[in-house]
Design a protein around this ligand. Structure first.
Ligand SMILES: [Zn+2]
Length: 440
């Protein structure tokens, strides 16, 4: 009997050991803000037509339909969903890392840090915006930017990268000064990527100190891509105890709010390029890495195909900039006196959107019809040309948008690597944090 008990205890200890080894050493979580199935499919079909390949994030073997409802609304905001995904608890819209009764919650990132892993947070928007702050912040409201900045600088996380830090509701002490006092090294611009050191805690600002990164479609100069920041973060965080890294494509949501299809799609493609960097790391450590790609909610009520017009993503291929950048250029040319009439505006319309006023091919997808030209001329005279043009692009691509807000439709979570098989079926967004915590 004694022998039997000893054997039993031995087997039990093997089980508990194998429990440890079943944990992924490296966890990389991607969140597309405002990215649900339609956004992923728009980018997928575009990629299939132009690059002859699907989106990497969609090709992962495990898929889970993910319910995004918050504690007080069928339509969540990014604060409640970030709290759900990061901490595993449904809370009211607007709250960061706190439950509806204002109790502080623990995020999977904090748990990873406390277990000795390195932690990184990346976003294309500001570092103390709702989604990233869900992983380190604990506040009643997402608008407490300064206070969330205080939570950031005291988080003891190893890497922050992306946009700047909002601090407009309070200015002193300056958040960057506090970050330096807490041993963060602050670097700026693509040129600084290579000089960041592994032994430091790093804050990397892609462009300005206070604002979002530019849209991927507008990216130029010394501003790195989301993929470049992700690749660098992985290099810096890699260590024998492992790491937890969250990467947010935060501007997908912005382009969803303004119903700009090409800009939205380029953001999803930029996120997929970042997923590729994680996947390259996974290929080197397939037995130890878990990659998850999810969204926090859908934005815009995007649909692929509208009455009278089939979905054709290729319409978006020639668009050169976001509506905002087009608008600035257009306004500048008007001020310089270079655009006085609608005739003068035609060249810049073709240059920025690929739209053609004439073509030998009557089936040319970017050819402007006489009725469209008439409406465009009217919009020009009303000073509404920029918004008219991105709406025209939507019509020509057969894309419908039902709102400029968030919708309640579920998002998709895809997974590959160690522990990925847990992410199937119809799950709550809270399940992501619960499972990550369990796997840590
Ligand atoms: Zn939003």
């Amino acid at each position: 009997m004694k022998k039997f008990i000893l054997v039993f205890l031995f087997v039990l200890s093997l089980f508990s050991l194998s429990g440890k080894t079943s944990s992924p050493r490296y966890i990389i979580l991607f969140i597309g803000d405002g990215m649900a199935l339609p956004q992923r499919l728009l980018a997928e079909e575009f990629s299939r037509k132009t690059e002859k390949k699907p989106l990497l994030m969609n090709s992962f073997p495990y898929h889970a339909t993910t319910h995004t409802v918050s504690a007080n609304s069928l339509t969540t905001d990014s604060a409640a969903s970030a709290t759900a995904i990061a901490c595993g608890v449904k809370t009211n819209n607007g709250r960061i890392g706190t439950d509806p009764k204002n109790n502080k919650l623990v995020s999977a990132a904090e748990m990873a840090r406390d277990k000795g892993k390195k932690v990184g947070i990346i976003t294309t928007v500001t570092l103390n915006h709702a989604t990233p702050s869900g992983f380190y912040g604990h506040r009643k409201s997402r608008t407490e930017y300064y206070e969330l900045g205080l939570d950031l600088v005291s988080s003891r996380f190893d890497f922050f990268g992306g946009g700047g830090l909002h601090s407009f509701n309070k200015l002193s002490p300056d958040l960057f000064t506090l970050a330096k006092q807490n041993n963060y090294v602050i670097s700026r611009g693509r040129d600084a990527l290579d000089s960041m050191k592994k032994e430091n805690k790093n804050i990397f600002l892609a462009s300005s100190e206070k604002s979002n990164m530019p849209y991927a479609i507008d990216l130029s100069g010394n501003i790195p891509t989301l993929a470049e920041i992700t690749e660098k973060a992985i290099q810096l965080l890699d260590n024998p105890k492992g790491f937890f890294l969250m990467v947010e494509g935060g501007l997908i949501d912005y382009a969803g709010h303004s119903n700009e299809a090409a800009t939205n799609m380029r953001e999803v493609l930029a996120l997929d390029a970042a997923v590729k960097k994680a996947y390259e790391f996974y290929q080197k450590h397939p037995e130890e890495t878990l990659i998850l790609v999810t969204g926090d909610h859908e934005t815009g009520g995007l649909t692929l195909g509208v009455k009278g017009k089939k979905f054709d993503p290729l319409v978006l291929a020639q668009q050169k900039s976001s509506s905002g950048v087009f608008k600035s250029r257009f306004t500048a040319l008007k001020k310089e006196g270079k655009i006085k009439s609608f005739e003068d505006a035609k060249a810049i319309v073709t240059e920025y959107f690929g739209l053609l006023f004439q073509s030998k091919n009557p089936k040319e997808i970017l050819l402007i019809t006489p009725a469209e030209q008439k409406a465009m001329e009217q919009a020009f005279h009303q000073g509404k040309l920029p918004s008219f043009l991105h709406n025209l692009m939507n019509q020509k691509a057969g894309l419908g948008w039902s709102t400029t807000s968030h919708t309640a439709i579920p998002v998709l979570t895809t997974a590959t690597g160690k522990g990925a098989e847990n992410f199937t079926g119809f799950i709550e967004n809270t399940f992501i944090a619960e499972k990550i915590k369990e796997l840590l």
